[in-house]
Design a protein around this ligand. Structure first.
Ligand SMILES: Nc1ncnc2c1ncn2[C@@H]1O[C@H](COP(=O)(O)OP(=O)(O)OP(=O)(O)O)[C@@H](O)[C@H]1O
Length: 435
């Protein structure tokens, strides 16, 4: 190893025993350690344990004879990357170290992408200073470090996902993954494999093994948005997972332990759904250990100016972000009812920034429904004033308003699927008068 590893392009430090290796790990950072199992002083498993403690980013590979294969497997359980059986060939060492290098590169790329996404999104900041939002912030700070299951309630677009992310960021799982899934946006047949994964060939179309989101979120937080839309059969399976901490991939019998904090959200009235037998009572009690209720935007109109400015900075990504929003536009924004809440406001600001990419946003840059409700009504009689997209959004907002933000009911009334409704709500606003 001393001779060959440098020839393969690696820098190697050779230690005569376990204790020397631990001392070296405390002094320097290594990408990988290759350890024997039987050593005087401290054995291989002990070295790996110390390594995971002092240098969690270092991968460990175990060298073992055939007789100690069981111990090698134990080492894998202690977090070793892989093992090699002695006598091992150079080509095997080379292939293994190549895999370690690839893993390191992927981790690095992942971190860079994560950083980039954060920069693009901006650090998630919960804007709002009204007493109801101050209370939300206080509740987040209290419950975040506890690891309890949290249920976030509120109309569509009130910021439930943002609160879930904030809970994760304030918890001791913040350095681990935050995974969000919208239970209402997936067909019933896919939810189970999306959440728990599947084995290759488990069903038609399962061409590959797939790791479920619960496993992806291991060590971190999973956010189950629109939990009220989860089909009854899946509700039972989720309850089992929450109670046992084990998931079962579709097509596999062996359960897998996962350590995931669960945060759920819904705009539905769960006790009513329990009464109509659409939601399991036991699951409701399992997920509502701690509730956070988000106020609708119309109940905290005072927050609209600050929110609008914050969203403007986000959309302009620093470019002339200080130009702000003119008084006439602020007045128009504060007079709206916001059935789509902050998401609707974000779309309106995005619309405005498309029409006005520098200088202050004025009322004329807002969608035509901000002329005034009456004007919009009049525009409906005069084809040509409103674009198709605006008419569509108007119909969606009307339907949401009529059903107090209940998206499945609104989708029903509009004659579209729930998924299409989500797509339309998330669609980028396009300029009103394209060339
Ligand atoms: N208090 C807030 N401060 C800043 N931005 C916010 C706030 N609330 C919501 N937003 C922004 O509004 C948009 C919608 O928020 P989010 O997706 O969290 O809402 P939601 O309640 O989860 O919606 P849905 O019920 O449709 O899933 C996002 O772009 C989010 O960043």
């Amino acid at each position: 190893m001393k001779l060959e590893l440098p020839r393969l392009g690696h820098r190697a430090t050779v230690c005569p025993d376990g204790l020397t290796a631990v001392a070296a790990l405390e002094k320097n950072t290594y990408d990988c350690i290759i350890v024997d199992l039987d050593m005087p002083g401290l054995d291989g498993i002990g070295v790996i344990a110390k390594c995971k403690e002092t240098s969690p980013g270092t991968e460990a590979v175990v060298l073992t004879g055939k007789s100690s294969l069981d111990t090698a497997i134990a080492a894998l359980r202690h977090g070793a990357f892989d093992y090699l059986t002695k006598p091992c060939r150079l080509i095997e060492i080379e292939a293994l170290l190549k895999r370690v290098t690839e893993k390191k590169l992927l981790e690095q790329k992942f971190r860079a992408l994560e950083h980039q996404v954060r920069r693009l999104e901006g650090a998630p900041r919960l804007i709002g200073n009204t007493p109801s939002m101050q209370k939300v912030r206080m509740l987040i700070e209290r419950v975040a470090p506890t690891g309890s299951t949290v249920l976030i309630l509120g109309e569509t677009g009130t910021g439930k996902e943002l609160v879930a992310r904030s809970l994760h960021d304030h918890s001791n799982r913040a350095h681990m993954p935050f995974v969000a899934i919208n239970c209402g946006a997936l067909p019933e047949t896919l939810i189970e494999s999306e959440l728990f994964g599947h084995r290759k060939g488990a069903f038609t179309g399962a061409d590959d093994h797939r790791v479920g989101l619960f496993e992806v979120a291991h060590g971190g937080t999973i956010f189950l948005d629109e939990i009220g839309e989860l089909p009854k059969a899946m509700q039972a399976k989720l309850l089992r997972v929450l109670e046992s901490g084990e998931i079962r991939r579709v097509g596999e019998n062996k359960p897998v332990m996962v350590d995931v904090r669960v945060v759920c959200a819904t705009h539905r009235n769960l006790p009513e759904m329990v009464a109509s037998e659409d939601f399991r009572e036991d699951l409701m009690y399992r997920i509502n250990t701690f509730e956070i209720m988000l106020p609708a935007l119309r109940e905290r109109i005072e927050d609209v100016p600050e929110l609008a400015r914050h969203l403007l900075v986000r959309h302009r990504r620093g470019k002339d972000a200080d130009a702000g929003i003119a008084e006439d536009a602020i007045i128009a924004l504060c007079s709206h009812v916001w059935p789509g809440n902050v998401r609707e406001l974000a779309n309106v600001i995005e619309h405005a920034t498309i029409l006005c990419d520098s200088g202050p946003i004025r009322r004329e840059h807002l969608p035509s429904r901000f002329d005034s409700r009456q004007l919009v009504g009049a525009a409906r009689q005069k084809p040509g004033i409103m674009t198709l997209r605006e008419l569509e959004m108007e119909a969606i907002h009307d339907a949401l308003e009529r059903h107090a933000g209940n998206k499945p009911k609104a989708a029903d009334q509009l004659g579209i699927s729930l998924k299409t409704l989500y797509n339309k709500l998330n669609q980028t606003a396009t300029p009103e008068k394209a060339a």
